[in-house]
Design a protein around this ligand. Structure first.
Ligand code: SF4
Length: 258
């Protein structure tokens, strides 16, 4: 018997094996990542959540497996489209990490393509029918506010590298029905300045070591799904955040409440 032969892991079901894979992936990602930047994917949502993420705090609530599965399928859905754009000959770059030291910001866009009209930045969004219908109900333009901010933040940095960059596009795909929608966005300087303002605000709180306020009540639908909601509940209950972060994360960071 080969003593180096790897022992077959024991799982009673395929689902258990896949969930374990996700747990291990999450652990590996955590130990290899140092959260020293603001992240593009959360820019249009709660500033406070961004702050907790950058601090590298432990999540107070685990992300349910069903959302992790959806996210993995979303990534896989990007991959074949990027491959297809490459194969068809219009892909110039993809999955490139953009960093702004000035704004302490990091993001990774899906694709940069050359179309008949010029260079276009693409962000692919895969949605189920419920999210698809909600987006169209909530936004007259059909474009999610948060998705637009995320895309704009990529545009801001990518334009410096590719001055000929002409526009940006949100390419929505409904995984339940196969419907597709492509929104072309021309960012104005005023809009891009708003994104810089968000980053400036975040950096101001970071410098002061102060937790940003929670979003207004009507914007708190996502709180029920937030992995950090335990901190906010505690913050509300105790009305004093000075020791809150240490209690949860064992970090020597003192956060002052506003
Ligand atoms: S629970 Fe709500 S307010 Fe608190 S960090 Fe999460 S999204 Fe923000």
């Amino acid at each position: 018997m080969n003593i180096h032969m790897k022992k077959t892991p024991q799982f009673k079901s395929v689902d258990k094996a896949l969930c374990t894979f996700l747990d291990e992936r999450q652990r590996a990602y955590k130990s290899s990542s140092e959260e020293t930047y603001w992240h593009a994917s959360g820019l249009g949502y709660c500033l406070r959540k961004q702050y907790f993420m950058r601090l590298g705090l432990e999540k107070t609530h685990a992300t349910p497996y069903k959302y992790q599965f959806v996210a993995m399928d979303g990534n896989a859905s990007h991959e074949w489209r990027q491959e297809a754009l490459k194969d068809i000959g219009i892909l110039l770059a993809s999955e490139e990490t953009l960093i702004s030291e000035e704004h302490q910001y990091k993001g990774r866009y899906d694709a940069l393509v050359k179309l008949t009209d010029g260079l276009s930045l693409i962000d692919i969004k895969t949605q189920g029918s419920r999210a698809w219908a909600y987006r169209k109900r909530a936004e007259k333009s059909g474009v999610s506010r948060a998705h637009k901010i995320q895309l704009g933040s990529y545009f801001l940095l990518l334009k410096k590298k590719y001055p000929k960059l002409k526009d940006a596009r949100l390419y929505y795909y409904n995984r339940d029905t196969g419907e597709r929608e492509e929104y072309i966005i021309h960012f104005t300087d005023t809009y891009l300045q708003k994104i810089i303002d968000i980053l400036t605000t975040l950096n101001r709180y970071w410098k002061k070591q102060e937790v940003p306020p929670a979003p207004p009540m009507h914007d708190r639908k996502l709180c029920n799904y937030c992995d950090f909601r335990g901190y906010c509940k505690d913050l509300k209950k105790r009305g004093n955040a000075d020791t809150l972060i240490e209690n949860y994360a064992g970090k020597a960071t003192t956060i002052k409440k506003k």
